[in-house]
Design a binder for this molecule. Structure first.
Ligand code: PMP
Length: 428
């Protein structure tokens, strides 16, 4: 196997991490599904923008105008990157969770009964794409099948059953790629099935957008939510992009300055458009950073990204499966083309201990636990959690090799340091 270089440089890739035996190693970039390090080009754009910002949307001063222009240009760049249709809105939010909560508050009630709108969701979802629907809409959670084909058939039947019983679904909420396994359901089929029965589709794009070129216009998907901090921008900004009518008719997500045309003590005339849901001073720097990340990803050849991450994933899965006592988790038997998210267990070792060992003895940061997907981990039999490694455009082949060597060493020799559980966390 030859070396694989990162496709784009990320900030911090040469940061030194001290190990328990006194050695130092460079930080390893294998936890991008949790939060990806920023691209160097993003960090540079942020540094260039910091001296420029001033009160956005609220001032006539020169820098206020620059800030407003930067914010609105960032909004357009983010929408363009995900193929927003001409009439779609791009809202700047805090993250995927924020975007999905916002949309959940805008799902229209049943026009006849006035009951909250029905939303269909699968049990494979991250809590961010489950709990908002359960809290704010009439949500039905389907237990998925063992294959993509069965799961798709279940979704179709449920959508059809709702429509023929006079209780049609308003929305199908589905992940673009599982944050546990990187697997996904075929989007075009899902969107076709939803639309055939009068429902819209919202895609949780948190794990899809950083890894695959996605287009709302081409896919027919109605809404997309994603996060900047998983898309090689820093924390604090995400987006909700999609059909305007529900957003313009929905209750404003935040009440406050900027969301209104006119207020009298007894009446409020709310804006439509993005301003309706973006009360308060917006995150200009976050939007600029996310737009810079979108532009950097847009400049890459999507086939090259797919090949890079696909090869890293193949090496990771192949290498892990070749190690005694290691199993790789999957949801479906027939999922095509998963993104670079790989969850595994090591029989005989608590996942928290595996993650602590990888960090303390090898300088490798990975995620352990139930990945905010408790229903799925429970159904698959992993209530005790698992370990997740993930790769992206900033990950090198050498980092995958280092992880595999570390897991081999754990299975062969056990941990070298002594670990204890303190406050529920494994520590040296
Ligand atoms: N959905 C998926 C598939 C995710 O992986 C995550 C983050 N783990 C989220 C939603 C939530 O993202 P955020 O924490 O940025 O709101």
């Amino acid at each position: 196997v030859g070396p694989i270089a990162p496709l784009l440089p990320v900030v911090g890739h040469d940061t030194l991490v001290p190990l328990v035996d006194g050695r130092q190693v460079t930080y390893s970039n294998l936890d991008v599904a949790a939060s990806a390090p920023a691209l160097e080009s993003v960090a540079q754009r942020v540094a260039e923008t910091l001296p420029l910002y001033a009160s956005v949307h609220r001032g006539a001063g020169y820098l206020s105008q620059v800030s407003t222009a930067l914010y609105e240009a960032s909004r357009r760049a983010i929408g363009d990157f995900v193929g927003a249709r001409a009439d779609d809105l791009t809202l700047i939010t805090r993250n995927t969770t924020d975007s999905l909560n916002l949309l959940a508050g805008c799902v229209p009630a049943d026009p006849v009964s006035g009951a909250p709108g029905r939303v269909l969701v699968l049990d494979v979802e991250h809590h961010a794409n489950l709990l908002p629907w359960q809290r704010l809409t009439d949500a039905t959670v389907l237990t998925g099948g063992a294959t993509v084909a069965d799961t798709l058939a279940q979704v179709r039947d449920e959508l059809a059953g709702g429509a023929s019983a006079g209780r049609p679904y308003a929305l199908l909420a589905v992940t673009g790629a599982s944050n546990v396994t990187g697997e996904s359901l075929p989007l075009a089929e899902l969107a076709g099935a939803a639309h055939a029965h009068g429902a819209r589709v919202v895609l949780d794009g948190a794990q899809l957008v950083p890894h695959r070129r996605f287009s709302l216009a081409d896919s027919g998907v109605d809404y997309l939510a994603f996060s900047g901090h998983k898309t090689y921008a820093p924390y604090g900004a995400g987006a909700l992009v999609g059909r305007r009518d529900w957003l313009d008719a929905g209750t404003p997500y935040l009440a406050g300055g900027g969301a209104v045309r006119r207020v009298r003590t007894g009446t409020t005339d709310w804006h439509d458009g993005p301003a309706r849901h973006e009360a308060g001073s917006p995150n200009v720097i976050g939007a600029v950073a996310l737009a810079a990340a979108c532009e950097a990803l847009a400049a890459l050849d999507p086939a090259e990204v797919r090949a890079h991450e696909g090869e890293l994933r193949r090496r990771l899965v192949g290498g892990l499966e070749a190690i005694d006592r290691v199993s790789v988790v999957k949801v479906w038997d027939d999922a095509a083309d998963p993104v670079g998210v790989v969850t595994f267990t090591v029989t005989g070792y608590d996942p928290g201990l595996v993650a602590a060992y990888l960090s303390a003895e090898h300088g490798i940061g990975v995620r352990d636990g139930r990945f905010c997907a408790h229903p799925l981990l429970g159904r698959l039999g992993f209530d005790a959690g698992a370990v997740r490694a993930s790769v992206g455009v900033g990950t090198a082949g050498e980092e995958v090799e280092r992880l595999l060597a570390a897991v081999r060493a754990l299975v062969a020799d056990g941990p070298q340091a002594r670990y204890d559980v303190v406050d529920g966390l494994w520590v040296v």
